[in-house]
Design a protein around this ligand. Structure first.
Ligand code: HAM
Length: 431
């Protein structure tokens, strides 16, 4: 068999077969955790005006300065494939006036994001996030809610070997003072021109620099938590006690500044211990000036983006197999063409009653069809032969034990009872 002439583009993740089911199960677990806290789904475009990201995410970030997939449309507009979700979600909230309605607005989104990064394990050019944004409240209980949702999503999947790293970056009141402190500290070092330039745009970026030659300088640098104003300090204390009340374990990470410029106060990251260099399975934080910067009401907000690809890698590293359940309950087989219309109709009725079914298409003979039934993973095969038609019966075969039982052709409820009450079927097969 030919493997075809084309390959997926460099650096994208794609999922087929069992891994696709696993990916879907991860995404469902993460969105499910947000839905139980009242977050409503938003459907957003995957490209936006380039200026939205420059303004929203910040020019000093790698994401904006090096990693955007930007193109010009036929009307000469500069557009960018979304590298992250917060800027677009806020744009939509403001455009539709939700920031002036009932607050906080709590939204959820899920889909592909694009960054022109150097591909490596767990770092792709197209990747998937489940994100939430809660806009319009400064209440630290909201910070804890958002963080606890992410924690619950990971735990629902069975993940254990991850850590929540927590920090506070201060606000418009205390950040300028801290910034001058940090700049004065950095002035004492002979930084290369690129680092100097980033430091001038946003000195906090330097704390995030992973180059080993800067490690010592960064370790001794002043940290944001040591320069918080009174309000930021009590906000941070409250977030931590709400997390304790919610039973969400956390560790302090004073150097955690994250890769995007909009963060204020609470910032956090979930790091998985078995993933190596790309250990961040999700992260987020508060962004109190962002809505106003984008032309909306001056309201605060907080959110997260959870990496679906990396969360799946984390599950695999822990030996978990999300989505590892049969996709169907019943696999239908018609023995002869005459039985086929009845089989199709019966399976249709079962589907309408919520029983998941598939069937053998074409004419592959009983052996081939039974093999396909086994491969389908369905616990039951449903067989209808020409003789069954006149007897008004069909056969249900338990595909793990091989036991068979007859059921009436026209009684869907009885068929459902047989396949759900296994004991009854066994008894019927062995009177
Ligand atoms: P972020 O930390 O840039 O935050 O991305 C969130 C998560 O997306 C990361 O923790 C990681 O799991 C995943 N991710 C990021 N880049 C890649 C990549 N190249 N390949 C695979 N996975 C990746 C944000 O995007 C913010 N918008 C989160 C947020 C929402 N903050 C407030 N609200």
């Amino acid at each position: 068999m030919s493997a075809g002439s084309f390959r997926a583009p460099k650096g994208v993740a794609e999922y087929v077969d069992d891994r696709a089911a696993a990916f879907d199960a991860v995404r469902e677990a993460l969105t499910g955790a947000a839905q139980v806290a009242g977050y409503a789904m938003l459907e957003l475009p995957v490209f936006e005006d380039t200026a939205l990201f420059v303004r929203g995410v910040g020019e000093s970030t790698d994401v904006v300065s090096k990693e955007m997939f930007t193109f010009t449309d036929r009307g000469g507009r500069s557009l960018t494939l979304r590298p992250e979700g917060t800027a677009g979600a806020l744009r939509a909230i403001i455009e539709h006036g939700l920031d002036r309605g009932q607050l906080p607005v709590k939204v959820l989104y899920s889909g592909p994001f694009f960054r022109a990064e150097r591909p490596q394990a767990g770092r792709y050019r197209q990747f998937s996030q489940v994100g939430v944004e809660a806009v319009g409240s400064d209440d630290p209980a909201l910070d804890a809610e958002v963080i606890a949702i992410a924690d619950a999503g990971y735990r629902d999947l069975g993940l254990r070997r991850f850590q929540l790293l927590l920090n506070s970056l201060g606000c418009r009141e205390c950040r300028p003072g801290y910034r001058s402190h940090l700049l004065a500290y950095l002035a004492g070092f002979d930084l290369d021109p690129a680092t100097r330039e980033r430091a001038e745009l946003n000195p906090l970026r330097v704390l995030d620099d992973k180059r080993p030659e800067l490690a010592e300088m960064i370790a001794a640098a002043p940290m944001p938590v040591d320069h918080l104003c009174e309000e930021c300090r009590s906000h941070y204390d409250a977030v931590r006690s709400y997390l304790d009340a919610l039973g969400v374990p956390w560790s302090e990470a004073p150097r955690l500044v994250r890769g995007l410029d909009y963060y204020t106060r609470t910032t956090f990251e979930f790091s998985h211990e078995l993933l190596g260099a790309q250990s961040g399975i999700g992260g987020g934080g508060r962004y109190d000036g962002l809505a106003a910067d984008l032309g909306g009401a001056d309201v605060g907000g907080i959110g997260f983006g959870l990496g679906v690809d990396r969360t799946l890698l984390a599950c695999e590293a822990e030996g978990l197999t999300p989505g590892d359940e049969p996709r169907i309950d019943v696999y239908g087989i018609a023995l002869g063409e005459q039985a086929k219309p009845t089989l199709v109709a019966t399976l249709g009725q079962l589907r309408r009653s919520g029983v998941r079914t598939d069937m053998s298409f074409g004419s592959r003979g009983l052996r081939g069809a039974m093999k396909a039934a086994d491969r389908s993973g369905a616990p039951w095969a449903l067989l209808i032969g020409e003789r069954d038609l006149s007897a008004g019966a069909l056969t249900l075969r338990n595909l793990s034990t091989g036991e068979q039982v007859q059921a009436p052709l026209d009684d869907i409820d009885e068929i459902i009872r047989r396949i759900t009450a296994e004991g009854e079927v066994d008894n019927a097969a062995h009177p």
